[in-house]
Design a protein around this ligand. Structure first.
Ligand code: ZN
Length: 502
């Protein structure tokens, strides 16, 4: 578009080299002001796993807003369909988001479910993952509808509701609903994700009991919120058990010894006197264990470094020693899996949870995002052998378990759809970018012919799953512009045959 008012170009934040498309201009003028209010509203539903009321309230909200915007809306069990129809019998392009969110803990410094916007930043759980993209998609569809541009495809926004927990909504939906001809999953990063690592969890569990008689025994240990979050806090309680022949330091001296130690940058720790004992807590920084592990500071691994040499031989020491080994780096060197895959690169390894079990044992969970080089049963066999070797070496009794049922997802980077998405991204942003590999899994693994596309911009740490999740309003607007460019290309052009093939 020519003769753009300079103010508009500045508003678009893309400089003068790039002309804004008519759709982007229409968005900025008409729909962009609704981004904040709509996102604020939907952020107020605390749709964490198990909150059935929030799930239903939000589903009702999607139905109401979808209708108000003039779309066809349908409830389909745990999935809600919001549709902008094309000609009768037209092929269907899916846009897929999830309405549920990761849990929050008490380490947040902003209200997670108030839907606040401060200084152009949207604050709250789900702002990036994945309610921002839900509202971005609604507004992009609205602009496309109002533009009068002739569509060759039906656009169907599918809103899931248990992606962050059981992740069965689409398996259920696809039993009696046809999948779109192809789908864009708006739950990762731009320009397009051509590889998603597989989600695995190695668990080891054991009794807390000790094999030597020391003055201080570990009586409680805990860390993390979910397996998919770098833990920002880890705690251990040591209690004094003055038994006959017990050796080692009493609580006060033990505390002094710990305080002479240092922790890595970005981590701090504190000790607290307990009745006949001491509690030690490390504080780090939470982050998405799949897509932003380097942005986190692992409090559990820090606790392991701080204490593993000070604890009596026994279950607590064994669990921390194993966490230290697994957390040696983020690519799995300690577990012997740090092999670079030619396309995916290294796996991502994050010790995340330490939790007491109902059987009285304590379980350590290590989140492993694996690549096609080593996944599934082969990965499981390798890791179980590592645990057996660790036991043999140290006298520990760690029992291995976990989940290895996911597989990495890989697309041909020369596929037709991938190329079109890259071109639209470059056109809308004025910047070419390479296809991405993600450590996080998305619905692309659950829906045929689905690929993750946006809405996060490359080169910025992803705030989903983090404490104080937030997203700049301008990034939301820019994301809509990329989506509009993409949809005006794909939904108004000739249908793609075998879109994921070259
Ligand atoms: Zn997500």
């Amino acid at each position: 578009m020519r003769n753009l008012r300079p103010a508009l170009v500045a508003l678009a934040g893309v400089g003068f080299g790039l002309a804004q498309s008519p759709l982007a201009t229409a968005y900025r003028l008409k729909e962009a002001p609704r981004m904040g209010p709509l996102l604020s509203e939907v952020l107020r539903f605390p749709t964490v796993a198990g909150n059935e009321k929030a799930r239903l309230d939000q589903q009702a909200w999607v139905l109401k807003v979808g209708k108000e915007l003039g779309f066809t809306v349908r409830e389909a069990g745990k999935v809600t369909e919001v549709e902008l129809p094309g000609p009768a019998g037209a092929p269907v392009i899916g846009l897929v988001v999830h309405g549920d969110v990761q849990p929050v803990d008490d380490h947040w410094t902003i209200p997670p479910f108030a839907g606040e916007i401060r200084n152009g930043i949207v604050l709250g759980r789900g702002a990036a993952d994945d309610k921002g993209p839900l509202v971005q998609a609604l507004l992009a569809l609205k602009v496309l509808q109002d533009s009068g541009k002739a569509r060759t495809h039906t656009l169907r926004l599918l809103v899931g509701s248990d992606e962050e927990s059981s992740n069965l909504d689409f398996a259920e939906y696809l039993k009696d609903h046809k999948a779109p001809d192809f789908s864009l999953v708006l739950d990762s990063e731009f320009p397009v994700v051509v590889g998603e690592k597989a989600w695995n969890a190695l668990t080891v569990e054991t009794e807390m009991g000790e094999r030597e008689n020391r003055v201080l025994s570990a009586t409680r240990m805990e860390s993390g919120l979910t397996a998919s979050i770098v833990p920002d806090q880890a705690t251990i309680v040591l209690s004094e058990n003055p038994r006959l022949g017990a050796v080692g330091l009493p609580p006060a001296e033990f505390k002094g010894a710990i305080h002479r130690k240092s922790v890595p940058p970005g981590v701090r720790f504190e000790t607290q006197d307990q009745r006949a004992g001491v509690q030690i807590t490390t504080h780090g920084k939470a982050a998405h264990a799949g897509v932003n592990a380097p942005g986190g500071r692992n409090a559990l691994v820090a606790l392991a470094h701080l204490l593993v040499d000070e604890l009596p031989a026994g279950g607590a020491k064994d669990l921390l020693a194993f966490a230290k080994l697994a957390g040696q780096d983020l690519k799995g060197t300690g577990l012997g899996i740090a092999t670079a895959d030619p396309v995916f690169g290294f796996p991502t390894v994050v010790p995340s949870l330490l939790k007491a079990q109902e059987n009285g044992k304590v379980r350590l969970t290590i989140n492993i995002r694996s690549t096609p080089t080593l996944s599934g049963e082969a990965l499981k066999a390798h890791l179980f052998k590592q645990v057996a070797d660790f036991n043999a070496r140290t006298g520990a009794h760690l029992e291995p378990g976990g989940f290895f049922g996911d597989t990495p997802l890989a697309f041909d980077p020369k596929g037709k759809l991938v190329k079109r998405l890259l071109a639209s991204y470059a056109k809308a942003t004025g910047k070419a970018a390479h296809p991405a590999i993600s450590g996080g899994g998305t619905y692309a693994k659950r829906i045929p012919n689905a690929i993750a596309f946006g809405m996060w911009f490359p080169g910025k740490p992803y705030p989903g799953h983090d404490v104080d999740e937030q997203v700049p309003m301008e990034d939301l607007h820019k994301g809509v512009e990329v989506l509009l460019e993409t949809l005006s290309d794909l939904a108004c052009g000739a249908p793609l045959a075998e879109p994921l093939k070259p």
